[in-house]
Ligand binder design. Structure first.
Ligand code: PMP
Length: 295
């Protein structure tokens, strides 16, 4: 599904076939989860493949590497150029792109000086599908921001996402919603959350969440469209009193919720701000918004 005999990856400065690449089983990333990654999408637009917000994604990758003391000697521009070449070599225009920076062989708990950079890409539909989601409140919290850099996409952090997703799916739900250490709503296992109440949108502020690039894009779209949006902490009780709710993320894009535990969101999805933003987001990634604004 992710690669075949012909798939090309970028690995430590070279474009090689995925089937010819190998990784070291003594890698610190494998043993301790010390690595950083990104999730980026490219879209097939009228002007060819367009990597959406490439600079922002690579800036976050570099931030993650920096806080984990991992050497990554590429600029955002170089990484973007490599990504476009990788798409071309794989003949892909609509694609999900996964850069991953791993650390070398070192069993101490000091970041290894050896760094490997791999960039992979594959065709991937909307990660959470097109249907409205049935979501379960997780028994797991998001990590305490004093225990790690929550805004860094560190591989090891994702065991928290795996625990909560396993729990939700094993109980017959589609996705998990996690609270923060203070009991406020934080985010989904791999997406940010917005709620609609009385015509206004609310989303948790930064601090306990991933600073989602899709979240920022959606907030910009709200400004342009005159939709009121406020960053504010809210509780599970408040969310279970909301009119509608949606998740945002690069892989998930904008996706609505049908229910949270036993609570059904009462506003029809088609009448909610989330639905409008889902369509505007699609135009934005395809570059259609700029065209509309220019004409
Ligand atoms: N929260 C978490 C925990 C995530 O892993 C992601 C995906 N990076 C997001 C939110 C959404 O971020 P983005 O919109 O930048 O993809």
């Amino acid at each position: 599904m992710y690669y075949n005999e012909e798939t090309v990856i970028f690995f430590n400065g070279q474009f090689i076939k995925a089937k010819d690449a190998s990784a070291n089983l003594y890698s610190q990333s494998l043993h301790y989860g010390n690595g950083v990654f990104e999730g980026i999408r490219a879209y097939n637009t009228t002007e060819g493949a367009r990597v959406f917000k490439s600079y922002e994604h690579y800036k976050r990758l570099k931030f993650g590497a920096e806080v984990m003391n991992i050497q990554l000697n590429y600029s955002e521009e170089e990484l973007t150029q490599i990504t476009y070449e990788l798409l071309e070599r794989n003949g892909l225009k609509d694609a999900y792109i996964r850069p991953l920076v791993t650390t070398g062989v070192d069993m101490s708990l000091l970041t290894s000086k050896e760094t490997n950079l791999v960039i992979q890409c594959w065709e991937w539909g909307k990660y959470m599908g097109d249907k409205l989601l049935r979501v379960k409140t997780s028994s797991f919290q998001r990590p305490n921001p004093k225990s790690c850099f929550v805004e860094a996409k560190v591989t090891g952090h994702y065991t928290n996402s795996i625990l909560s997703t396993n729990e939700a799916k094993n109980n017959g739900y589609d996705e998990a919603l996690l609270l923060d250490m203070n009991g406020n709503v934080a985010e989904c296992s791999g997406a940010n959350v917005f709620m609609e109440k009385d015509g206004k949108l609310y989303t948790p502020p930064r601090g306990h969440i991933m600073a989602g690039i899709t979240r920022a894009t959606v907030m910009d779209l709200c400004k342009e469209e005159g939709i009121s949006v406020e960053e504010k902490h809210f509780t599970l009780e408040e969310l279970k009193n909301a009119d509608a709710c949606f998740f945002t993320g690069t892989a998930a894009e904008v996706v609505g919720l049908q229910s949270l535990d036993d609570y059904q969101f009462p506003l029809a999805w088609e009448k909610s701000h989330g639905h409008k933003l889902m369509k505007l987001y699609k135009d934005e990634v395809l570059g259609l918004c700029q065209k509309r604004k220019a004409s």
